[in-house]
Design a protein around this ligand. Structure first.
Ligand code: MMA
Ligand code: CA
Length: 219
């Protein structure tokens, strides 16, 4: 019982990305006659343990007998759940934005707990809540992170680290950076400053990882 509603909500959450038809960027293609069971199977490898809490395992998708084989578009109960879920989430985002609790940049949601901790502690608290350290991938995201840095008037660690090759920096998953916003003459640590902080002007500096910097996560 629990696993069915859990899967419904999981599937619904996956479809909350702004999209007008059933097809959403980043999701498998859905046809009008994709079945509910089919949808859950398609979503499983994407959502896997990534939602809502990345550490949790998803239960096996289970669809009640009566719903098996029914096209999503004709399953009014499922559509109602989706519409309701979208509205609810949008209201929740509104409330959190109004409160200054979250900042949005494209599909990313950014938030801070206001705590100043070392790089590894910051990363850990982001991951524990299903996110990762804020990682600006473009100007817009950099600006969104900067707004939080300004709010606390405190430098923040970013989700970027020095690679095996000193002087070269990469994302936490090891891929090379495709956007940078280094301060003049940075990075200058040459292997001695393996983390990256954002200054209160939005520029980046390579810096030691054991300092106390603002935690900003992306979700
Ligand atoms: C300077 C500058 C930075 C470096 C820090 C380390 C204050 O900024 O050289 O690049 O990371 O010193 O303390
Ligand atoms: Ca530096």
């Amino acid at each position: 019982m629990m696993s069915y509603s859990f899967c419904m909500l999981t599937a619904a959450a996956a479809l909350l990305v702004p999209c007008h038809a059933l097809n959403c960027p980043g999701l498998p293609e859905l046809s009008d006659n994709t079945t509910l069971g089919g949808l859950l199977r398609l979503l499983e490898p994407i959502l896997g343990p990534t939602w809502p809490f990345r550490r949790e395992k998803l239960p096996e998708p289970q669809v009640p007998m009566g719903l098996q084989g029914l096209p999503i578009s004709r399953n009014t109960e499922f559509s109602d759940v989706l519409v309701n879920f979208r509205q609810r989430l949008s209201r929740l985002e509104g409330a959190l934005t109004l409160n200054g609790k979250i900042t949005k940049a494209g599909e990313k949601i950014l938030a801070s707990n206001g705590k100043k901790v070392t790089f590894s502690s910051a990363l850990e608290s982001c991951e524990q809540t299903g996110g990762t350290l804020a990682t600006p991938m473009n100007k817009e995201e950099n600006k969104a992170i900067l707004r939080i840095v300004e709010q606390y008037n405190t430098n923040a660690y970013l989700g970027i680290k020095e690679s095996e090759t000193s002087g070269q920096f990469e994302y936490m998953n090891g891929t090379p950076l495709n956007y940078t916003n280094w301060y003049q003459y940075e990075p200058n640590g040459k292997g001695t400053e393996k983390c990256v902080e954002m200054y209160t002007n939005g520029n980046w500096n390579d810096r030691k990882c054991n300092l106390y910097r603002l935690t900003i996560c992306e979700f």
